[in-house]
Design a protein around this ligand. Structure first.
Ligand SMILES: *[C@@H]1O[C@H](CO)[C@@H](O)[C@H](O)[C@H]1NC(C)=O
Ligand SMILES: *[C@@H]1O[C@H](CO)[C@@H](O)[C@H](O)[C@H]1NC(C)=O
Length: 414
């Protein structure tokens, strides 16, 4: 009996310890977020264990778990035709609002889902614990009254950089062909590219590629980036320092997503944590970091007790083994000013409780300095990924407000 109660106490303590993480009071519903985060961590730990004992790649396991909740077949409703098709070899899901035949041309949004280049799907339906991109795209399509093309690009560990970006590029370029736009009754002057998190990274990168392609006849009108991932030169920006262990995406998890995307070994993660991969004794990275003065791009209210982390001597082996670390197609934030000047009108959404807050903020600032018309919406109570959590059982008011604000901007500008 005494052993049992000791065991129960130990289990309760362990569970409380596992679930509890101190969260700032400015976050709405911290307990709910803690429970959700514990569920994610539990799934991650189980998949790491399966990986460790040699059952399967940990990302295959995580995808299997979330696949359990997928409903792969497209489901149309009275006002929305949903179909799966293939654009030049790349799968896409199309959400087409029903409008009268012979009516005016429609607006269109090319959407790229998030999930660390490794998780998620255009066809994910509720009640997926990772949120649902099918639901989000339906909502965007209905509320903006626009066609949404959600790209089902291939994921890590099946493919690595730059394949995810190539898939997005190929599908977007195909959709922008005049005859394809005509087939879907799309107005070539009213097309946006958008994405969240790692999808925001791909959206920003593909926008830079498309606007640099002089053979394209159709120009993208807008880009809308939702808490995008934009750089991996510095994992000690103020937002990385302030939100190191924030739910959904901690700093260490983000570094591992980067390494998986760029096909680098996780052995480098600890060196990258202290910015050893971009130390001042590595000439290539110094040139890139000089192009950007992190300090001048961020408002003082974000910096608080910020101490920049520059190593004078670091670990050059990281860059030698993972050369893609210096590739602008992976880090759109480090693009030349000339590349930024070609970009369309831009929306950037950032959240206070997010390691990636400063990635998005610095990009908005750089675009503004390059003369681009930028709307930067910052949510003080937002956390990474919150836009997906705007319906029961994972409803957060920040989720609904970020989604509604984003849709409002699209309605007004597309
Ligand atoms: C990824 O890295 C592994 C191990 O270093 C290597 O064998 C493989 O060819 C790489 N894959 C790609 C697509 O570069
Ligand atoms: C960073 O680089 C320095 C110099 O090479 C090395 O002494 C240190 O152990 C490295 N730190 C990590 C965490 O890799």
């Amino acid at each position: 009996m005494r052993a049992l109660s000791a065991l129960l106490t130990a289990l309760t303590t362990f569970t409380a310890y596992y679930v509890y993480s101190p969260l700032p009071s400015t976050l709405s519903k911290p307990w709910k977020l803690m429970m959700m985060d514990a569920t994610f961590r539990c799934a991650q730990h189980l998949s790491n264990l399966a990986h460790y004992v040699g059952l399967s790649h940990h990302l295959h396991v995580l995808n299997f778990v979330s696949n359990y909740f997928y409903q792969l077949d497209p489901v149309s409703s009275a006002h929305l035709k949903v179909t799966d098709t293939v654009f030049d070899g790349v799968e896409v899901r199309i959400f087409d609002p029903d409008t009268e035949p012979g009516g005016t041309l429609k607006r269109a949004i090319i959407y790229i889902h998030g999930g660390g280049w490794a998780l998620g799907s255009a066809s994910m339906l509720p009640p997926d614990p990772l949120g649902s991109y099918d639901t989000l795209c339906r909502r965007i399509s209905e509320d903006v009254n626009a066609i949404v093309v959600s790209i089902e690009y291939r994921l890590v560990p099946n493919v690595h950089f730059p394949e995810q970006l190539n898939d997005v590029y190929v599908a977007a370029k195909y959709f922008l062909l005049p005859e394809v736009l005509a087939r879907y009754s799309v107005d070539p002057e009213r097309i946006a590219i958008s994405g969240d998190s790692a999808g925001g990274n791909l959206a920003a990168a593909v926008c830079q590629q498309l606007t640099g392609d002089t053979t394209l006849t159709t120009k993208v009108k807008l880009q809308a980036l939702i808490y995008p991932v934009l750089q991996m030169l510095d994992f000690n920006t103020p937002s990385y320092q302030q939100n190191t262990d924030m739910p959904i995406v901690s700093r260490f998890v983000m570094i591992k997503f980067w390494l998986d995307y760029l096909n680098g070994s996780h052995d480098f993660a600890h060196a990258m944590l202290v910015n050893n991969h971009t130390s001042l004794d590595i000439s290539d990275t110094v040139a890139l970091r000089e192009r950007l003065n992190w300090d001048s791009l961020l408002p003082p209210s974000f910096k608080k007790n910020y101490k920049p982390v520059f190593q004078t001597v670091g670990s050059p082996s990281v860059i030698h083994n993972v050369p893609a670390l210096l590739d602008v197609r992976a880090s759109p934030l480090i693009a030349h000013k000339e590349a930024l000047q070609r970009l369309p009108k831009t929306y950037v959404l950032t959240c206070e409780h997010d390691v990636l807050r400063d990635d998005g903020t610095m990009y908005a600032k750089r675009l503004e300095e390059a003369g681009i018309d930028v709307t930067h919406d910052h949510y003080e109570d937002g956390f990474h990924g919150c836009m997906l959590f705007s319906a029961w059982p994972t409803y957060f008011s920040a989720g609904a407000r970020t989604r509604d604000g984003y849709i409002k901007w699209l309605r007004g500008n597309l």
